[in-house]
Design a protein around this ligand. Structure first.
Ligand code: HAS
Length: 557
């Protein structure tokens, strides 16, 4: 499909800007492993302190890159399936706001004015610049969605008998979740934190800000994941030369995410004293439920892969796994997809451990947690972002992909790095190794009275994993920027591999509409958050603000 110059500029900006920042995000990730393995025993390196670096790592990799990607992949998906571009004003305003917001966040983080980590709730305090920047990034992404809704209704008007394409359903479910779950965080940042940070209010309810953050913070992880699921369902079967095993199962999985991904944020707060056991039990049960659409995905995508491998001549119950195009240069996307899926098997299973209230007491705030989330975020999420960014940049800019063999290697090197990193983190976590701590100043410093020799092998494994991930990132950046800086050879276009479905399944009316699911999602959100809010107002209150930026303890006597 041909593409207008403005739309092309917006898409390429949305790919280039976060990818450039991702260099800083990856650097700070590798630095984390170096600090924590006790290679250095300092609070800062090159003018960036430990928490500043950790904030940049989390915000750039998990908020900026993922949000830009969801929007850009959404632009390409809706244009490809609906065969038209969204209204120019919407995608232009959206990208301008996202770029301004990101620049504000970057300035705040680089100058050390934002060090409160990517989970920005009180009592840690950031500059108002950071809160407003983040709000602009989010509002920009909403405006892109509004443009897609407009062209969806135009398309539906012209094609009343056609059902919503699966990729559009996945994208719309994702952005509906995003729209709903960002409302509490917009309230938290703009109404509570910004005036507090400006010194206009002198008291703050800390548990309230934590609850509002996690109302957003858990659906956020599915906002990262669902673009990858859109790719797994609608692109992967085509890339691998097969078909999607069941379109209806895929639709049901997306719709289940719509109802189940929002009411579960309390599972990040099992140790929060203000919530009653009943509120926590309900969140735990719903968290088990939100794993169901991922189990369904494992089955549907696994069956689609098996079908493709059998078409390629595979036989046997398990041997089909060896007949997939792991190292075929013209199918380089496959490596990114499969390595993400393999990591997600373990990322998902560790998530189910976290969901249990009792097991959570063992792992909460230990290194087990970053072990879990590197196999999810740095697994399917980042790998699909990396693969699809190469694919979209090359087709939309009309530039041939450079260093294709390197492009094929990247996901496998990354997979080894993440596996080692997560293994080190999780085994350390089970021994009580704390997360978000500069261990090089204490537990992994032989000079310190707190030195713990048990943490040396685990943090060293994490270090090796981190360095391998860093090498994969350098190879990736070489491919990406060499492609971006090369000369145009083809006509710029929007094109996506489109998978057929294996069976012509009977239409199931409830899977063809989002409305009842949207209503149910609001009802379920209320079943968790009405009691949670009652708990907050019953057991906590705003306290006078005597928190110092370097000390989260309330010094008010
Ligand atoms: Fe999580 C904490 C529970 C999924 C990310 N999670 C986090 C944090 C992050 C995160 C970032 O209940 C830390 C936040 C912080 O900073 O404090 N998580 C879960 C559960 C799931 C889950 C039950 N998490 C994710 C995803 C993430 C993510 C997805 C990012 C994208 N998580 C928790 C809990 C906590 C938590 C608690 C709080 C803990 C605490 O104490 O603080 C489930 O959705 C997982 C379901 C997934 C599966 C896996 C399906 C497997 C598939 C692959 C199939 C492979 C094939 C290939 C087909 C059941 C789909 C086969 C072919 C071959 C050739 C092999």
């Amino acid at each position: 499909m041909t593409i207008s110059k403005t739309y092309k500029t917006v898409i390429l900006t949305g790919l280039l800007m976060p990818m450039t920042l991702f260099i800083l995000g990856c650097y700070n990730g590798v630095m984390q492993t170096i600090y924590r393995a006790g290679v250095i025993h300092k609070a800062s390196v090159a003018g960036i302190n430990y928490y500043q670096g950790l904030t940049m790592h989390g915000v750039i990799n998990a908020i900026v890159l993922t949000t830009f990607f969801a929007v850009v992949f959404g632009h390409v998906t809706v244009a490809w399936y609906l065969k038209r571009e969204p209204p120019k004003l919407t995608y232009q305003i959206s990208m301008v706001l996202m770029v301004i917001g990101t620049l504000m966040d970057t300035v705040a983080m680089v100058t050390g004015k934002a060090q409160a980590l990517y989970t920005f709730y009180a009592p840690l305090k950031d500059s108002p610049f950071f809160y407003i920047g983040t709000a602009l990034l989010i509002i920009g992404s909403w405006i892109a969605f509004f443009g897609w809704i407009k062209i969806w209704y135009d398309w539906k008007g012209e094609n009343p008998d056609k059902k919503m394409p699966l990729a559009i359903l996945g994208t719309f479910v994702n952005f509906s979740i995003w729209l709903i779950c960002t409302l509490p965080v917009a309230y938290e940042t703009l109404i509570i934190l910004t005036p507090w940070s400006l010194g206009w209010t002198d008291s703050i309810n800390v548990p309230l800000t934590r609850m509002l953050f996690w109302m957003f913070g858990h659906p956020l992880v599915y906002f990262w994941l669902l673009p990858a699921y859109v790719a797994y369902y609608t692109i992967l079967p085509n890339v691998v030369g097969g078909k999607l095993y069941s379109g209806n199962a895929a639709r049901l999985a997306f719709l289940l995410f719509l109802i189940l991904s929002m009411p579960v944020g309390v599972h990040h707060q099992f140790s929060e004293p203000v919530f009653t056991p009943g509120t926590k039990l309900w969140a735990s049960l719903l968290t088990y439920a939100v794993a169901i659409p991922s189990f369904m995905t494992a089955f549907t995508v696994g069956a689609s892969l098996e079908y493709a491998a059998k078409k390629r001549g595979a036989k046997g119950v398990f041997s089909w796994m060896w007949k997939l195009p792991y190292f075929e240069v013209d199918k380089y996307l496959f490596g990114y997809f499969i390595c993400g899926l393999i990591l997600f098997i373990f990322g998902g299973l560790t998530g189910i451990v976290n969901a249990s209230y009792t097991l959570n007491q063992l792992v909460h705030n230990t290194d087990w947690l970053p072990g879990h989330f590197h196999m999810t975020v740095a697994g399917p999420v980042i790998l699909v972002i990396l693969g699809m960014s190469l694919y979209m940049y090359s087709s939309v800019s009309g530039k041939e992909l450079k260093f294709k063999t390197f492009a094929v290697m990247v996901p496998y090197v990354w997979l080894v790095g993440v596996a080692l990193l997560s293994h080190g983190l999780m085994s350390g976590g089970l021994m009580g190794e704390p997360r978000r701590t500069n261990l090089g100043l204490s537990y992994t410093n032989p000079e310190s009275p707190l030195f713990n020799p048990h943490f040396v092998p685990t943090t060293s494994t994490t270090l090796v994993g981190g360095i391998i991930m860093g090498i994969a990132a350098i190879i990736y950046f070489t491919v990406f920027f060499a492609t971006a800086l090369s000369k145009r050879t083809n006509e710029p276009q929007i094109i996506l591999p489109e998978s057929e479905e294996l069976y012509e399944e009977k239409d199931i009316p409830i899977l063809l509409t989002m409305k009842p699911w949207l209503i149910l999602s609001i009802v379920l959100v209320m079943t968790t958050y009405v009691p949670a809010l009652i708990n907050i107002y019953k057991y906590s209150k705003s306290v006078p603000n005597k928190y110092q930026p370097d000390n989260p303890q309330n010094l008010q006597k």
